[in-house]
Design a protein around this ligand. Structure first.
Ligand code: HPA
Length: 267
């Protein structure tokens, strides 16, 4: 299925793409910055999962960003949409077959760290997979990677250093911390958020961890950013809504776009 999808895409694009970018909720605007874009809708790709989440368009954008060939996913698929963990990471594996060696993932997340403000951008230094599952469960496909992949360096320290330098150039105060990935689709309870803080998490969301596991499995270098879209449950006294997540994404989209564009130019 992965090969069929990749073959279909290859027939519509020119050569390999070394940099892949997965755009999170409300953060797909980066794709509008891609020059000479070629769009391929997920719905047209054989065997490909289609994103149904709000703020996710559901297409690949191939083109040039900061002088580098990039493939962007404008919208991702989530476990909570009902897809199996294996389907959630199929796009990562397809990107592997398209030549991607460096993967940049972005997400909108809840801020757990009390010093974080809404609108902050956090460089992901590590993650906690709290989804209760793993995309590599099942027979291992040795063509992608080993049975027990190491996750000690899940988020490339070299790419992180580059990101920190780019943020300095922008005079952006970049946060750094640990993302905890949950299945969703319900938001967390305040008790869960207190527990996650004790576990060492700084942001919480419903994506990213499975993609990063699959990317490490197939030996991609990974860089990740969380946009703090809201204070996590119980921290502000307000109810959480998906609309605020999308709105903050829109407001902060240009900062995130600039940061990712600068990084792409440097890697
Ligand atoms: N929790 C989980 N996922 C999220 C949140 C949150 O508070 N905000 C944006 N995505």
């Amino acid at each position: 299925m992965v090969e069929k999808a990749a073959e279909f895409i290859k027939s519509k694009i020119d050569g390999d793409y070394e940099i892949g970018i997965i755009c999170g909720s409300g953060l797909g605007g980066l794709c509008d910055k891609v020059e000479n874009p070629v769009y391929i809708n997920y719905a047209d790709i054989p065997w490909f999962p289609v994103s149904t989440a709000p703020g996710h368009i559901g297409r690949f954008v191939f083109g040039v960003l900061s002088g580098k060939k990039v493939v962007c996913m404008q919208g991702r698929v989530h476990y909570y949409e009902g897809y199996s963990p294996e389907s959630v990471v199929m796009p990562v594996r397809v990107m592997k077959l398209l030549g991607v060696k460096k993967l940049i993932v972005t997400n909108a997340a809840g801020g757990i760290n009390e010093s974080f403000n809404v609108g902050d951008i956090m460089l992901i230094s590590d993650h906690i997979n709290f989804t209760g599952t793993n995309p590599l469960i099942g027979k291992n496909d040795d063509r992608f990677g080993v049975r027990f992949p190491d996750m000690s360096f899940a988020y490339s320290s070299i790419l992180r250093e580059t990101a920190i330098k780019c943020a300095e150039k922008m005079e952006l105060s970049l946060r750094e911390g640990v993302y905890i990935g949950c299945s969703g689709p319900s938001y967390e309870t305040p008790a869960e958020i207190r527990a996650f803080r004790t576990l060492g998490a700084d942001t919480v969301g419903m994506s990213t961890v499975m993609e990063v596991i699959a990317a490490n499995h197939c030996k991609m270098e990974v860089l990740g950013f969380s946009l703090v879209a809201n204070k996590a449950a119980g921290m502000s006294g307000n109810r959480l809504t998906e609309q605020e997540v999308i709105d903050i994404g829109k407001q902060k989209a240009t900062v995130m776009q600039k940061l990712v564009s600068l990084v792409v130019g440097e890697i």
